[in-house]
Design a protein around this ligand. Structure first.
Ligand SMILES: *[C@@H]1O[C@H](CO)[C@@H](O)[C@H](O)[C@H]1NC(C)=O
Length: 245
């Protein structure tokens, strides 16, 4: 499965100092920006803000401080003489050192989806039937949900949601297939995800949809109940007419 894994972890370190009640606000944000699964391309950004305006930034790719205001330019000049070694070291000692821990704790974790295939009411009259294939609680985000009709991929009349974030690190997705049933065909939902060693197939029950099955079950129970009552009535009648009762 060739799903690109894109991830972005941002570590924020806040140092805030307040002066007086009206508040001068000074803060610093140190970020490690990770952009690939190997340790390549890690960027260390150290930004300094005064009253919410960034005036100096150290960017490890640039390799020095850059000032954005008059005061910032002066600071950058001074700091480039004094602190450059420290800042350059942070890329190794802070970002790369921690990357292994974060990668191990988060990125290498995968959780397989729970998949449910159900029959739902189609919204319009174009096709009489619709199936919904829902994958719940998977991680990470990239996933592929496809429909197969007798083993061949169906592309038309398929509507899918995006991968929706649950808000608890897990995702869910829902794919719909509108279709006109053909007798004897097999419809399947195929789910591919990094947590699965091979694509998972979920087959649609080829018999009647659930609503139809329920109607038949209710009808059949009614029939049985009616037959029992009729039989009881008949026995009662027979016995009564024979003078037993
Ligand atoms: C850091 O510098 C590189 C090279 O100029 C640039 O591509 C990148 O966007 C910069 N990152 C930030 C967060 O400014």
């Amino acid at each position: 499965m060739s799903i690109p894994i894109a991830f972005y972890i941002c570590l924020t370190l806040f140092l805030s100092i307040f002066y007086g009640i009206d508040g001068y606000f000074y803060h610093r944000v140190s970020e490690c920006r990770y952009s690939s699964k190997d340790l390549q391309g890690i960027e260390y950004i150290d930004s300094f803000y005064f009253n919410q305006a960034e005036h100096v930034r150290f960017n490890s790719t640039v390799g020095k401080y850059v000032g954005y205001t008059e005061y910032g330019v002066k600071s950058a000049d001074a700091w480039n003489k004094d602190y450059l070694v420290q800042e350059l070291g942070a890329l190794e000692s802070y970002c790369k050192y921690n990357a292994a821990i974060y990668y191990g704790a988060i990125l290498d974790k995968t959780v397989a989806p729970h998949v449910r295939l159900s029959s739902v009411t189609p919204p319009s009259g174009r096709h009489p039937a619709m199936l919904m294939c829902s994958a719940y609680d998977f991680y990470p985000k990239p996933i592929r949900v496809t429909w197969l009709r007798d083993g061949r991929e169906v592309k038309s009349d398929v509507i899918s949601t995006e991968e929706l974030a649950n808000g608890d690190w897990y995702y869910q997705i829902h794919s719909h297939l509108e279709y006109t049933p053909r007798s004897g065909e097999k419809i399947s939902c195929m789910v591919e995800h990094i947590s699965l060693s091979e694509p998972m197939m979920y087959h649609c029950d080829p018999s009647l949809p659930e609503a139809e099955r329920n109607k038949i079950a209710i009808g059949a129970s009614g029939l049985v109940l009616g037959a029992i009552l009729a039989l009881a009535g008949l026995i009662y009648y027979k016995k009564k007419s024979a003078g037993v009762l």
